[in-house]
Design a protein around this ligand. Sequence first.
Ligand code: FAD
Length: 320
Amino acid sequence: MSVIVLVEHTGGIIKKQSFEAVQYAAQIAPKMGTTVTAVALGSVTEAEMENLGQYGAQKVLHVADGRLDELHSRAYASALIAAAQKENSKVVVALHDIRGRAVAPRIAVKLKAGLVAGALSYPDTEKGFVIKKAVFSGKAFAYVNILSDVKVIMLMPNTFPPQKQEGKAVVEQLDVSFSEKDFSVKVKSVNKVTGEVPLADAELVVSGGRGLKGPENWGILEDLAKELGAATACSRPVADSHWRPHHEHVGQTGGTVRPNLYIAVGISGAIQHLAGVNGSKTIVVINKDPEAPFFKAANYGVVGDALEVLPRLTAAVKKF
Ligand code: FAD
């Protein structure tokens, strides 16, 4: 009756946020008198999977079908459901990210489970199964009690930093009989981003808005990001105007980041933007308008022209 966790990987390397999800499940499992089984899909090495023991997984069920290297949400859901049924699981944990959002609701429907998206706390089992989550674009919190027998939790990434301990998980193969429908969506092309810090995993993010005036000015933002070892992000109008690629767009309708440091340059701080970044540990805002709403959410602020401030900041960082 273990707690099962969907583990994600990039090219066979398990994502840091999946260690977090496994560790999160390992905090819940003892309260339910059970253990953690991670589920790895596609081409992942035995050693990578065994390492999940360092974050609290006793077992890994590996569905080794190479087609699962790409996201096929139906097939992922079928694999997770097969794992949940095999383990007689009452709790399924996935990340609140692109894969989790594509898969977890399907699992919840199939298993007739209540689902909490964007979980920010461990379930309070003394009050039932109560989990904290952000609502109204992060303006308020809700405490949601899952009443169903089976429960699905989508954990907000970067909420509980993973900490490695001793341990080695046992890896078992799981055979799943997929149907043709499971792979009915074909991936026609994949744009691989190389040589950059992936946004979802980044601990430092430098993000630009319309205040940068145009794509020709992005070089000075990239210089700062490079100097800091940070990922770059942007507001939605910037991506909509094709100044930057869409995968960099953060906010309510884009990605969610929770880095240690988020530097917002020429971004007004609309609620829809804040929804994707207000979990950042420290926020620095650079804006020429002292009344820009983003300053209310900032830990530090610089009132000034981004085109002047950015090169000076980069030069200052270079001195360290
Ligand atoms: P602007 O609002 O134009 O702000 C530019 C800022 O730059 C201003 O504060 C200005 O003072 C400053 N500035 C100008 N020149 C300079 C300079 N030289 N130096 C320094 N500062 C300067 N937005 C998102 O970002 N993400 C989302 O996911 C998202 N989802 C949305 C969903 C819905 C349903 C809706 C309705 C809107 C959504 N938006 C989203 C849009 C959002 O409401 C804002 O319009 C958007 O975030 C504004 O982008 P911006 O701050 O880059 O541009």
